[in-house]
Design a protein around this ligand. Structure first.
Ligand code: SF4
Length: 266
């Protein structure tokens, strides 16, 4: 979620992939029956049987610049969680639907600290599907200047730590998931949150424009209108926004200009 339209592609990126736990132990040696392989198996077993509130399935953790939203261009550590219950037509983070390894909250925090970065983003997939993401966000907020959450807008944001900046998608019709929008979230938004519409065509734009007017969204928080890469020209979207005098930001995805649009982990 960098919501889907943003971070897809190959496995060639600069991401430090989450190490597979099966490779995490010491070299396999025979020590009266309890070598490194045994310890790795034991650790994996412990993680899988651990309470859901204490473990997270992580797809990748990487260090890049923020590609979208009001913090575009700032250095950021991304923690991508596995799993999503939506299937947006333009999604290019499908690799996050199923791939990932279990990690403890402490292990995730240790990885984030390695980058010495004041900004962290929790993304997916849909990160709010995993119960342990709530304590993770709180612990990150204890340590980091800025914690961002990218969510599909299909689940409640009510229980997110108030120190976290919530970047909430509103799914447009061409995504195929407009019925999943949880409209009650709009009433929970504060001026430090952000709303994002990803638009595939003129119909999506007009739909978003109606939603903006109906909920006075631009008065609640920053609103980003972003074109689906390769489907809608940023120039067209910009001209529509100017013509209609909308108080929004047109978002182009910086990381897709810097790196190949297919590159993963940037
Ligand atoms: S909500 Fe899920 S399916 Fe939709 S773009 Fe985000 S990750 Fe992909």
């Amino acid at each position: 979620m960098a919501h889907g339209f943003s971070r897809g592609g190959t496995r060639i990126g600069r991401a430090l992939r989450v190490p597979h736990l099966s490779r995490g132990g010491a070299p396999h040696r025979w020590r009266g029956g309890f070598g490194g392989a045994h310890r790795a198996r034991r650790r994996r077993y412990n993680l899988v049987t651990m309470k859901k509130s204490q473990r997270l399935r992580i797809n990748e953790i990487f260090h890049s610049v923020q590609g979208e939203g009001t913090r575009t261009g700032v250095r950021c550590v991304f923690v991508r969680l596995t799993g999503c219950h939506l299937r947006c037509t333009f999604c290019d983070t499908e690799y996050a639907f199923y791939e990932g390894d279990w990690m403890t909250l402490d292990a995730v925090l240790d990885r984030v600290r390695q980058y010495d970065c004041p900004v962290v983003e929790i993304t997916g997939g849909e990160p709010l599907l995993q119960p342990a993401v709530f304590p993770l966000m709180s612990r990150l907020a204890d340590e980091c200047e800025t914690v961002l959450l990218e969510t599909s807008g299909a689940l409640s944001i009510a229980d997110v730590d108030p120190r976290v900046v919530r970047i909430v998608d509103i799914k447009c019709p061409a995504s195929g998931e407009a019925r999943s929008n949880r409209w009650a979230n709009i009433g929970l938004l504060t001026p430090r949150d952000e709303v994002k519409f990803v638009l595939a065509n003129r119909s999506d734009y007009e739909w978003a424009r109606d939603v903006l007017a109906r909920y006075h969204l631009a008065k609640r928080c920053p609103v980003i209108l972003a074109p689906v890469h390769g489907a809608l020209e940023p120039l067209d979207l910009t001209e529509w926004v100017l013509e209609d005098r909308l108080n929004v930001r047109v978002g182009v995805q910086l990381h897709k200009l810097i790196w190949s649009p297919e590159m993963r982990g940037v």
